[in-house]
Design a protein around this ligand. Structure first.
Ligand code: NAD
Ligand code: ZN
Length: 351
């Protein structure tokens, strides 16, 4: 049983971003106060920056999301904030996709907790209340704006800072921010939500609350992608999928995708799509997923080709099989006898 925590405040709808300025004014009460804006590097020089209530004392950090967040990179950014003024910021804001949101979450924690980002990879290791934080997604699917984890890769592992202290204090869901996402990236990240729902619903670690969120989110995703595109609805579906999966578990696809990401350095949404496309024997929803790809004219390439060695495939399989809890969620306690290394290698070779 879990003591689940939700984001307590959110603005939703076109123009939601306009409410950021008055909200920040309620936080900038002391003479010595500044705000840290962690913004996806795509927006550097873009019009959106002019809409942000950035004042002279604030610190703007453009997050490089070419690769997904690394713990050392988060440490570097946190050090920049610590050395900027002799006092702490009053707010840390993340504006971007799952990568930037997770970086902002982690920075807010590291400002009040000693040590390095990697020290907090795991469950409930954060001891001190972090700096107040705001999440503003600019792409939808991961649900990172609503979850209690900040995912990162360190030298030793890809694992999140899972803590109630990772939950944003405030979220702004403004569909206007999503309009510039390139089509392929848009679909890959959105499909992360589709898969979160399927894995949550088809596992055994769900409950009435997560089932309610996942069922509705999945229904909304199908409406949006096979019916009419509605960005506001997509933001809601993404958040609900995030809540569902964070309070239940992923299943077969995410462990396979972690292996792909680790060895081939693929982005999360993309590796999710590559892996899910081969899982029709476990998930009948793969048929709908393929219809969506077809509708948006996305052709997934064959990524396991001659350039990938047997040793690489073995590493991917090993990394997949380390995800014991998700695999137990999918197959039950005896998962090792069903989802054998040979089976995993077979699936990977098809990708
Ligand atoms: P991302 O943040 O990695 O961004 C992907 C790309 O989209 C980047 O190139 C970025 O510049 C671009 N982009 C973002 N918004 C844009 C916009 N409005 N216009 C144009 N380009 C834009 O993508 P993501 O898929 O949202 O996040 C993936 C990360 O999220 C992974 O690191 C994954 O592990 C993590 N994740 C976290 C959670 C969580 O609960 N914390 C859940 C799932 C995944
Ligand atoms: Zn995911």
């Amino acid at each position: 049983m879990r003591n689940s925590k939700f984001v307590q405040h959110y603005y939703l709808g076109s123009g939601a971003l306009n409410f950021l300025k008055p909200l920040l004014e309620t936080k900038r009460t002391a003479n010595e106060s500044f705000v840290v804006f962690v913004i996806d590097h795509f927006f550097n020089g873009k019009e959106v920056i002019n809409q942000l209530p950035i004042t002279r004392d604030d610190l703007v950090l453009f997050a490089d999301t070419t690769d997904e967040p690394r713990a050392e990179y988060i440490d570097d950014l946190s050090d920049k904030v610590k050395s900027y003024k002799p006092y702490l910021p009053v707010v840390v804001i993340g504006i971007g996709g799952g990568s930037t949101l997770d970086i902002a979450k982690a920075i807010s924690i590291l400002l009040t907790n000693p040590g390095l980002a990697q020290d907090y990879q795991g469950w409930d290791l954060v001891k001190h209340k972090p700096v107040y934080k705001i999440g503003i997604p600019t792409i939808a699917g991961t649900g990172a704006e609503f979850t209690r984890t900040a995912v990162m890769t360190s030298k030793v592992k890809k694992l999140g800072m899972n803590s109630d202290y990772s939950v944003f204090d405030q979220v702004f869901l403004d569909p206007d921010l999503l309009k510039t996402v390139p089509k392929e990236q848009f679909i890959y990240t959105a499909m992360d939500c589709f898969v979160h729902n399927v894995e949550s619903l088809r596992g055994s670690q769900n409950d009435a609350m997560t089932i309610a969120f996942a069922e509705k989110s999945l229904e909304m995703m199908k409406d949006i992608f096979l019916g009419e595109m509605d960005l506001e609805k997509l933001l809601v579906a993404s958040g609900m999928g995030g809540i569902a999966v964070a309070n239940s578990n992923v299943g077969i696809c995410h462990p396979l995708s972690y292996g792909l990401s680790l060895v081939l350095n693929l982005h999360h949404g993309y590796s999710i799509c590559i892996a899910f496309n081969q899982l029709e024997e476990y998930y009948p929803e793969v048929a709908e997923f393929r219809r969506i790809l077809e509708k948006y004219q996305i052709v997934l390439p064959k990524i396991i080709n001659e350039s990938v060695s047997n040793k690489d495939i073995d590493r991917m399989a090993e990394a997949t099989l380390k995800n014991e809890r998700p695999l137990e969620n999918a197959f039950g306690k005896e998962w090792r006898t069903i989802f054998t290394k040979e089976k995993v290698i077979d699936l990977i070779r098809k990708m």
